[in-house]
Design a protein. Sequence first.
Length: 303
Amino acid sequence: MIRYGTNPIAWSNDDDWSIGDHLSLEDCLGDCQRIGFDGIEKGHKMPDDGAALKAKLGEYGLGFVGAWHSTNILTNDIETEKRALKTFTDFLRAAGGDHINACECSNTVHGSDDVAVNDRPIMSDAEWDRFSQGYEELSAYAAELGVTMGYHHHMGTIIESASDIDRFMEMAGPHTRLLLDTGHAWFGDADPEAIARRYMDRVTHIHCKNVRPGIAREVREQELSFLEGVRRGAFTVPGDAEGAVDFAPVLRVAAEHGYSGWVVIEAEQDSAVRDPFEYQSLGLRTLREIARDVGLGKTGEAA
């Protein structure tokens, strides 16, 4: 079954809390209910107690999609990482979720306004070994705890480009899974369709993010930070004519592989400039139309 979700960063940003500070959690959830989303991912304005979060989302008829979890495999020992994962998993399950969006953040620059996203960390061979082995062990542990963990390749981090994704997926073991993010793939010079065709059998979660190519080019050429790119509007939703990502081939591959799970609009914008209700409505409408056309839909109903 396919379920459609979103992320509150379209309303209030999680890396720069000043973006969208004028909007309340109730503004966000009310919009999501009216638009027709099935669920939403975690944001900083939501309760940190799992049961309280589940109850809050339930007021708006929304399920809990899942949440970001920062790993620090390159700096922590694996037992420390397992304890952190166990704590996070307890929260996740109490909130009604079953998917972890994991990303290595021990040396990321995506949240640093004074560092160009181009200056992201590059791992040594020894770090590649440590990271891939550690992540595989955490993935196996997550499975033991009854949840699925998908790795979120992301701008400004150690896994950004097509070659990064390929090397990671080749080195990682059988428990390692991928969160496919179309926008981060495109921005990282990877073809989202090619990534989908190569790894869809190991994809546990899909983020549908669009990219405005002119602003992405500014970020690269002017040595801007990831956050500055967000503020300038580098990202947008499916269906926006200003975006460059072609979602149909990705969802077609998902349909061909029998993908079942969440399809999430995860597109951060300045909500004071671009109305989240308008853009998220466009995004969901577009994804449903594409899903119907390529044969990816909910069991027993049209997409």
